[in-house]
Design a protein around this ligand. Structure first.
Ligand code: SF4
Length: 394
């Protein structure tokens, strides 16, 4: 039986099989008279736990026996032959995330106000979501079944929060004992099976910075290319997360970190041909430094973790402006009335955005704004065009 979670505290009560949420009209699923609410229980005798299982067990196969529990409780057995490329046309219920068994010092859930929406308190630790969406797991409580599944279904890459390769420091940060914190053998097993890993370090001043960070980066670099990259993102404190064991990230700390890590990045580029260890955009912004060049980020391996988003946005903005200025004057329709828009963005990103919009020549910031909300009006171009920049910023 699939061991879905490790402790009673994190166990989800799951119904067996996976529920169909939609059936496309005219699809194979519709021809089989499958309906929303039906559950796929088994395929060729193998249990189906979620839609990843369904995809895995049907991928590349042409003949199946599918056990279905209809929404009215009736059990069906479907014998199917299909063309290899033929899709079932089925959509399924979302995966319910399995939750972690850690007590991280810096857990983002602790930084939420109590009234925040419930989904912000989900402490997901799920190798399936790691593969599908790049969510990080710590691997501290991964079960043998989950491990086998990652390997069998090739759920690669996996995104792993390492934080520190020093075991004492890692255990302290995660709030677990050293035995549980030690994931060396698990990572080795995944890598031996060909699973790629992107690592993450949540950088906490005076805990896993300096020498500890240096060692973490180089220990992980020894596993390149199986460990493909390391994202170093700063601790985020809020008025609700004010644990006295945590030291706030300051602009000075960010500047020092940039300098220290830049030396390692240079050495690693020479040795591995990639920057490998990337600092979160927030570190550059808080230090008052420009984001590194496009080349620094390569193929943006951790953009979803806020690594290179600023550079990517600025480059896309520049490309858009170049396209607009290449348009002939006659194409640029004069407007009867200047369009007006409001862009809302984060405090840290506001100065970057303002600089970009200033370059367009049609920015006009409301005098009362303090870098949080700016108004701009566009003259000379149709609104649809200028509106793109605003939509990207939201
Ligand atoms: S692993 Fe993630 S969700 Fe779990 S306690 Fe740590 S930060 Fe929070």
């Amino acid at each position: 039986m699939y061991e879905f979670a490790v402790t009673p505290a994190v166990t989800q009560i799951r119904r067996r099989g996976v529920e169909i949420s939609e059936v496309a009209v005219g699809s194979l699923g519709a021809e089989l008279e499958l309906e929303p609410g039906d559950r796929i229980m088994r395929i060729n005798g193998r249990v189906v736990r979620d839609y990843l299982d369904f995809r895995f067990q049907t991928g590349g196969e042409t003949e199946f026996v599918i056990d279905v529990r209809k929404h009215d409780g009736e059990d069906w057995e479907l014998n199917i032959e299909r063309n290899e490329a033929e899709d079932f046309g089925l959509s399924f219920e979302q995966i319910v995330p399995r939750q972690c068994a850690n007590e991280c010092l810096f857990c983002f859930c602790k930084g939420n106000p109590e009234t925040a929406r419930p989904s912000l308190f989900v402490r997901d630790e799920d190798v399936r979501l790691s593969f599908l969406y790049g969510n990080y797991t710590t691997l501290t409580s991964i079960t043998e079944d989950e491990m086998r599944r990652v390997i069998e279904q090739r759920l690669s890459p996996q995104y792993v929060s390492v934080h520190a390769t020093d075991l004492d420091v890692r255990a302290y940060l995660l709030g677990v004992d050293k035995k549980r914190a030690d994931i060396t053998a698990k990572m080795q097993r995944l890598m031996n099976a060909g699973i790629e890993i992107h690592a993450q370090v949540v950088l906490c001043p005076e805990i896993n910075d300096g020498e500890i960070l240096h060692r973490t980066i180089y220990d992980l670099a020894n596993f390149h290319p199986r460990v493909r990259s390391v994202a170093i993102v700063p601790l985020g404190l809020t008025r609700y997360l004010n644990d006295p064991r945590l030291t706030p990230v300051t602009p000075e700390f960010c500047r020092r970190t940039i300098e220290e890590v830049a030396l390692m990045q240079r050495a690693l580029r020479k040795r591995l041909g990639t920057t490998f260890a990337f600092l979160g955009d927030e570190i550059y912004l808080r230090a008052g430094r420009d984001a590194p060049s496009r080349k620094h980020y390569g193929d943006y391996p951790q953009i979803e973790d806020g690594i290179g988003m600023v550079r990517n946005f600025a480059n896309q903005f520049d490309a858009l402006m170049r396209r607009l200025t290449r348009r002939s004057v006659s194409e640029a329709r004069p407007l009867g009335r200047a369009p007006f828009g409001t862009i809302m963005t984060g405090t840290l990103f506001a100065p970057v955005l303002r600089k970009l919009i200033d370059r367009t020549g049609f920015h006009r910031c409301a005098p009362s704004s303090q870098g949080r909300v700016c108004n701009y009006s566009a003259r000379g171009f149709e609104r649809r065009r200028t509106g793109n920049a605003g939509r990207n910023a939201l």
